[in-house]
Design a protein around this ligand. Structure first.
Ligand SMILES: Nc1ncnc2c1ncn2[C@@H]1O[C@H](COP(=O)(O)OP(=O)(O)O)[C@@H](O)[C@H]1O
Ligand SMILES: [Mg+2]
Length: 314
């Protein structure tokens, strides 16, 4: 983080009809910082992005990008690049042709367009696909070409809405490398994601949007340490899905089912390894077979559960 905020969101409110989605959001982003906006579906992440981009004018509060209001000042909008969730490129044109088109739309002077296109290709590692029509690219390359289109005019702020939806692990790592590269050049990056692994490894800061406000914000490791101290997560993977009696037993042992998999149960324990041994014995005795028991440091998943369950004071 360096210097003054590049983006300042203060007390932003927005409602769709009677439904308040943003109820006073405050957010500041500095150059060279990656910020991951987290929150369940429908939390208002995309609405906040639209407000930052000036596509929605907030009912109250303000957005300032380099001191200007993107909803009113078109020069302020030139300072940001938006990568929408869906690929927004001309499928029949090559990557380079797309970038030249986006550069012109973003009013890059004609003589500067070739250099701008080259730069965007390099930064997104798509040089080797420059002359391939977008519709022939793999999903991962399409994502990176989508980013290239958003940075061709050299914005100070890059916003990505759910960049990893439908992206496999290799493509995701390439995407993360591109985002880090831009951050290292001083670009501020704001992204929304469901992918807590990505947020934890990529973001300098994360923020949880809940009930229209950012309820918890900070560097992921610091937030995790603050919430869990030295407790460890014990993960029990059962060899088969438990029946009702098995579930009752697991719950009584202090475990809770993870959101994504019925066979994977989790708890947080001060004495992680000893607790894992204890649980193993206890479950065996009850005839519940575990395929694997793992002990690991708590992650953003654990924090996210706390925030979603409202067991964490905000
Ligand atoms: N144009 C719209 N009109 C009415 N309601 C909307 C509109 N866009 C989004 N919403 C509602 O506002 C809430 C927040 O949506 P959104 O910002 O897309 O959330 P997220 O991106 O976090 O999933 C949702 O309940 C959604 O249904
Ligand atoms: Mg969204």
């Amino acid at each position: 983080m360096t210097g003054l905020p590049l983006l300042t969101v203060s007390g932003v409110r927005h409602a769709y009809g009677p439904r308040t989605v943003l109820a006073g959001v405050d957010l500041a982003l500095s150059p060279g910082e990656i910020y991951a906006l987290l929150g369940p579906n429908g939390a208002g992440k995309t609405t906040l992005i639209k407000t930052i981009c000036g596509r929605i004018r907030p009912e109250a509060g303000s957005v300032r990008l380099q001191g200007q209001d993107p909803a009113r000042v078109s020069a302020a909008r030139a300072g940001l690049g938006l990568v929408p969730q869906e690929i927004a490129l001309y499928a029949h044109l090559t990557v380079a042709e797309n970038l030249a088109t986006f550069a012109s739309l973003a009013q890059v002077p004609r003589r500067d367009v070739p250099a701008a296109v080259q730069r965007a290709l390099q930064l997104t590692r798509t040089v080797d696909r420059a002359h391939v029509p977008v519709r022939h690219l793999s999903g991962g390359y399409q994502r990176r070409a989508n980013i290239a289109a958003a940075i061709v005019h050299q914005p100070a702020l890059l916003i990505l809405d759910e960049p990893t939806v439908g992206v496999d692990i290799d493509a995701r790592e390439a995407l993360d490398a591109v985002i880090r590269g831009l951050r290292d050049l001083g670009v501020a990056v704001l992204l929304t994601t469901h992918d807590l692994e990505q947020a934890g490894s990529l973001a300098d800061r994360v923020g949880f949007l809940r009930d229209g406000a950012l309820v918890l914000e900070g560097p992921p490791q610091a937030l995790i340490a603050e919430a869990f101290g030295s407790r460890m997560e014990v993960l029990v993977e059962l060899s088969s899905e438990p029946d009702a009696a098995g579930e009752a037993l697991l719950t009584a042992a202090g475990l809770s089912r993870t959101a994504h998999r019925a066979r994977l149960w989790t708890c947080l324990e001060a004495d992680g390894y000893a607790a894992a041994g204890r649980l193993d014995k206890q479950l065996r005795k009850a005839g519940l077979c575990s395929r694997e028991i793992r002990v690991r440091e708590p992650s953003l998943h654990n924090l996210f559960s706390l925030v979603a369950e409202r067991t964490l004071a905000a």
